[in-house]
Design a protein around this ligand. Sequence first.
Ligand code: HEM
Length: 426
Amino acid sequence: MLGSLILLWTSFCILFVLFRIQRPKNFPPGPQPIPIFGNLLQLNLGKLVRDLKKLSERYGKVYSIYLGRKPAVVLNGLQAMKEALVTQSVEFAGRPKGLMINHLLQNKGNATDPQTLFHKATFNIICTVLVGTRFKHEDEFLQLNIRCIRETTKTINGPWAMKAFQNMNMIRKSLADQVSQHKESRVPGEPRDLTDCYLDEMEKRGDDGSSFSENQLVFYLLDLFFAGTDTTSNTLLTAFLYLMTHPDVQERCQKEIDKVLGEKMQVSFVDRHRMPYTQAVIHEVQRVADTVPLAAFHATTKDTRLMGYDIPKGTIIIPNLSSVLSEETQWKFPHEFNPSNFLNDEGEFVKPEAFMPFSAGSRVCLGEGLARMELFLILVTLLRRFKFIWPEDAGVPDYTPVFGLTHSPKHYRLGVRLRGSGDLGP
Ligand code: HEM
């Protein structure tokens, strides 16, 4: 018996020494990792942003954690973010290899909730750009895609990915069908959408050994569908949550919109220059929405240095954008919803350097221009026509976001009234 215990203990010690994780020399500090799991067991994946903030208070603006045996450096605050993503843009522009997606949470909604509504709207916009098609809201293809996107983005990077991969595979197949249909109906040199443009370019290049291929096109489309739907939709959901619960802010936007647009039929993106308050509100919504809190993970492309630490090539980099969007030294009102964060004393719109919901540097969000247009045009159009009201029976609003790949607000109902008329819901 004693012999077995000693054998067990010795084996445990040998395994512990074999799998022990040691930080490289002059690597950023961080919590002690345990063999095999690294720091994963010390982090609550559902409250990752909160846990990373706590670690920053203890270890500083640049610290390290282990995702299993893989080292990752977490960047916090404007200074570290700028130094890495902007000043050393090339060194920090890689993407980690071998990370997968972990299914965490599922949301269920019904036909009338604003969640589904905004997802359908943003999905149709990206569809028009990529494959030149809009779908009816009850269309099966649209509903399937939205379900897949929402399920998948309620996940985070990690080693358990089956559900997410099944979803992506389903969408990949439907996109491959779209590409086949485009090949049959296209007129070379007269592109209708991004897919046609890509096929034109592919034809022009022939066999010049470039990376253009049909397979690659399907992956680009998949990437853009995922990146472009949930992000904008969750930002819109956050916008209406705050507008409903801050009626004074909503009314001030509506007054400005009415004054600037007057009798004009439709709003256009250039009108934003004459709407400083509305602009400030949209930016403040993006700041508090904190839609992609940890950006997409980066990786170092070569051995490099950051704020006195040595970081080897291939290290995972986690840009904690959340830490910049509420950094106390950067904002007038870091912890409250207040459009004054984007207004100067003259009431003009100003954009502080720490506003980086789209990240920064050479890996900055590729859809930033489209997203900003969508947010402005959708919000102004709806605010012009409707008044949004927090339902009387909805209790106290809960602003705590649900964490996945993107932050989304908790489920809520939207009270809508035609401006100057009776109630339309919720
Ligand atoms: C409010 C809406 C959006 C937000 C907050 C947002 C935010 C972000 C962030 C933080 C990143 C990671 C950047 C990094 O790795 O440092 C990103 C990447 C990306 N976004 Fe967006 N995004 C939004 C909308 C869109 C839209 C509409 C599209 C599609 C047209 C899009 C396409 C992409 C793509 C393709 C990438 C990956 C770029 C790369 O790997 O270099 N995003 N986005």
